[in-house]
Design a protein around this ligand. Structure first.
Ligand code: AMP
Ligand code: MG
Length: 488
């Protein structure tokens, strides 16, 4: 598919693009240019990421122009990727980038090939009824949360820039300021990308996609089975990290499930405040499909969809291929158990995860759920010795803590050993949902200061400063965010 919209004037930023996705068979995407913004204004710029990508220094107006889609740098070959997906369990054969433009790829300083993609940059052939735009709410939310995830060591897409477009966007709430996010990632290939071609029985396209995705994410993997095995392992690690941080993705549809094991598509995502395994934030998740505790099972379900897509690429008879794919997907559970044990051992300050530790953890979580204790503050409190204060009934914590100390003694760990392990596992600062909302509300009113302050704090999650106290506080009842709307 091609589009004839007039191409914006070239900008002065020299970017050394090398666009391998654009060289794949042309029906994997649609070539389409972003829509220029009337008055681009840079809200946020990730200078460290820009350096890692080897981007040259450039004046602010040039960055605003390029990263709003208003000026195309030489060598950019904008395209919208085709993909399908299961949304809340129902298959949609055509989704695709309805409001995103992949400008191209660059080779970062460490040698990694990285996509540079605009999101909110106008309509594409995949927009269906949508306007192709984003307002600053979801753009700033994604900027904050994805950069916080990166700072906590969670695999994720990154945020390079947020630019206000100067154009209005219409949503349920009325007229809102438009914005474009520049997203950077090792790729933007989703389970749904494979589903698009599997649903069309397009084996050559599937093969091209597999070769491309494997080269970018898992170059050691052999064949479709090896690739599936690597994706399963990466997803098991990823979801274990989410669970250890109290992170709820919100829309784990297969089109939001990245084959490289990155967190992608920060829509109605949030970190839990008060712990409860059934917590859901997304306003559209009425049945709790994507609740906190369901995330590992949903990941398996998504991986089973990927496995189905890869069957035609497995060089055996169909029954043998199904048996192998099934065995690989079933491999998620033990990998997840191990990753979960490793993560939660560190969160409890333990040297390793032994028989009985799951029960110790569960006993803590049960008390937290019963008393509405804050997930992040309790684990941070284990580091600082102030966890008891997080419980309405401190003795409920003290009875548990006696078992915890006995467990640490049993392995010969001192308090300082435990603290050293917890120091990089239990953050003090996360982008709390009510703070994200407050930053967005201020930005809509023209004040970006709360956004920048929260962002700065979230880039040092394990090392809170005294002035961060209010950002570490749980929401007051009136501040509690009940539902987070989809990132549109
Ligand atoms: P999401 O819920 O953000 O994962 O998006 C699901 C699908 O809807 C994807 O195909 C998006 O590209 C598309 N989409 C979301 N918002 C818009 C929009 N404002 N305009 C066009 N397409 C959109
Ligand atoms: Mg999506």
């Amino acid at each position: 598919m091609t589009q004839t919209a007039s191409r914006p004037a070239p900008a002065s930023i020299q970017i050394a693009f090398d666009n391998s996705y654009a060289r794949l068979p042309p029906h994997l995407f649609a070539r389409v240019d972003p829509v220029p913004a009337p008055a681009p204004r840079l809200i946020a710029w990730n200078a460290a990421l820009a350096r890692d990508l080897g981007l040259p220094e450039a004046p602010e107006d040039a960055r605003a122009a390029v990263f709003s889609g208003s000026a195309l740098p030489e060598g950019a070959e904008p395209l919208a990727m085709a993909y399908a997906g299961h949304q809340f369990g129902g298959f949609v054969p055509q989704l695709g980038d309805g409001r995103a433009h992949l400008l191209g790829e660059v080779i970062a300083r460490d040698g990694t090939r990285m996509d540079i993609q605009l999101k909110g940059s106008g309509r594409t052939p995949f927009s269906r009824g949508g306007d192709g735009l984003a307002w600053i709410g979801p753009v700033l939310r994604e900027y904050l949360v994805s950069e916080a995830m990166a700072a906590m060591g969670v695999p994720t897409t990154r945020a390079l820039a947020a630019v206000a477009t100067g154009a209005p966007v219409w949503r349920e709430q009325g007229q809102l300021p438009g914005a474009v996010l520049t997203r950077v990632a090792q790729s933007h290939i989703r389970v749904g990308t494979f589903q698009y071609f599997a649903a069309r029985r397009d084996v050559p396209a599937l093969q091209a996609l597999l070769d491309h995705a494997a080269a970018r994410h898992f170059p050691q993997a052999e064949g479709a089975a090896g690739f599936l095995r690597a994706v399963v392992a990466a997803q098991a690690e990823l979801v274990a990290q989410w669970m250890a941080l109290g992170f709820i993705h919100g829309v784990m549809n297969t089109d939001n499930c990245h084959v490289g094991g990155l967190t992608i598509d920060y829509g109605p995502c949030a970190f839990m405040d008060a712990y409860h395994p059934d917590t859901v934030f997304s306003s559209i998740d009425r049945f709790g499909r994507y609740a906190y505790a369901n995330q590992p099972q949903i990941a398996v379900w998504n991986l089973a969809q990927l496995a189905t897509c890869l069957l035609p690429l497995m060089p055996k008879d169909q029954d043998a291929a199904i048996a192998e794919a099934t065995e690989i997907v079933h491999g998620f559970a033990p990998l997840y158990e191990t990753a979960h044990g490793t993560r939660f051992a560190a969160k409890l300050g333990l040297a390793d995860w032994r028989a009985g530790d799951e029960a110790l953890l569960q006993a803590l979580l049960d008390r937290m759920a019963r008393l509405g204790a804050d997930f992040t503050r309790v684990f941070y409190g284990l580091r600082t010795g102030k966890a008891a204060a997080e419980f309405r009934e401190p003795e409920a914590f003290e009875t548990w803590a006696a078992d915890w100390r006995a467990r640490l003694d049993a392995e010969g760990s001192t308090q300082s050993d435990a603290q050293a392990r917890m120091a990089r596992a239990n953050p003090g600062i996360i982008p709390r949902n009510h703070q994200v909302e407050a930053a967005i509300t201020a930005a809509v009113a023209g004040n970006d200061v709360p956004f920048h302050r929260l962002h700065a704090a979230c880039t040092r999650p394990f090392d809170p400063a005294p002035e961060d106290a209010d950002l570490m506080a749980p929401p007051r009842p009136e501040e509690r965010v009940q539902a987070t709307f989809c990132g549109t």
